[in-house]
Design a protein around this ligand. Structure first.
Ligand code: AMP
Length: 203
């Protein structure tokens, strides 16, 4: 039987951070969103505006372009990670330098309110509360999102500030951001994202 995304709680809300600073980064992110839209058992439910930020690691690399998307997905966290890594490969992602330049980086920020600590996956993403290029786009989707620790995204944004971060004018992201805000209430992020569960072993 085909599952209806609207009618079931088996769909988790996942928030994915996107970053790129190589080979036409804006296009990499637009193409990345198009690939994310095609993920199996998933539907795009939110998209931030487009941001530009200065690199966190080595400074002798171009500025990064960043965005965040939200999905309703029936994929498990590990299945989702594998799908994201396949999309990174489609973008010729190389892993040469830690925090170095990249065509497309896709990270799972949040998966419902799960806390996941396995070899392959740490969710919430271990540095998300420190990164304004993740927090501000996440707040574009929904300011009331809270992390499993209870901190709201909007209060984290206030604490961390918007230094070295700029909103880029980009019609693809602006249109998708406002279009997805008009989705029916059933498609919005669950308001029960306060129920924290912890997963410490395999999938
Ligand atoms: P990166 O170089 O940032 O793409 O890191 C990729 C590695 O981080 C992969 O081997 C993943 O298994 C691991 N990883 C751990 N937690 C996460 C997460 N929340 N999202 C994406 N990758 C993760």
């Amino acid at each position: 039987m085909k599952r209806s995304i609207n009618s079931s709680d088996i769909f988790a809300d996942a928030c994915i951070a996107m970053g790129s600073n190589l080979d036409h980064p804006e296009q990499q992110l637009i193409q990345g969103v198009k690939h994310l839209r095609q993920l199996p058992q998933s539907q795009l439910t939110g998209c931030s505006k487009l941001y530009r930020s200065l690199p966190v690691g080595p400074q002798n690399q171009p500025a990064f372009y960043n965005a965040v998307v939200a999905l309703k997905t029936a994929l498990s966290p590990l299945q989702l990670l594998k799908q994201l890594q396949m999309i990174e490969q489609l973008h010729n992602r190389k892993r040469d330098i830690h925090w170095g330049p990249r065509t497309l980086d896709l990270d799972i920020l949040l998966y419902d309110h799960l806390i996941i600590k396995t070899k392959q996956l740490t969710v919430p993403h271990y540095q998300m509360h420190l990164r304004n290029f993740v927090l501000f786009p996440l707040a574009d989707i929904n300011k009331t999102i809270t992390l499993p620790g209870g901190q709201s995204v909007s209060s984290l944004c206030r604490q961390i500030g918007n230094e070295r971060l700029w909103i880029e004018k980009n019609s693809f992201f602006e249109q998708l951001n406002s279009q997805l805000k008009k989705l029916s209430p059933a498609m919005k992020l669950k308001s029960n994202m306060q129920n924290t569960d912890t997963l410490t072993t395999g999938e």
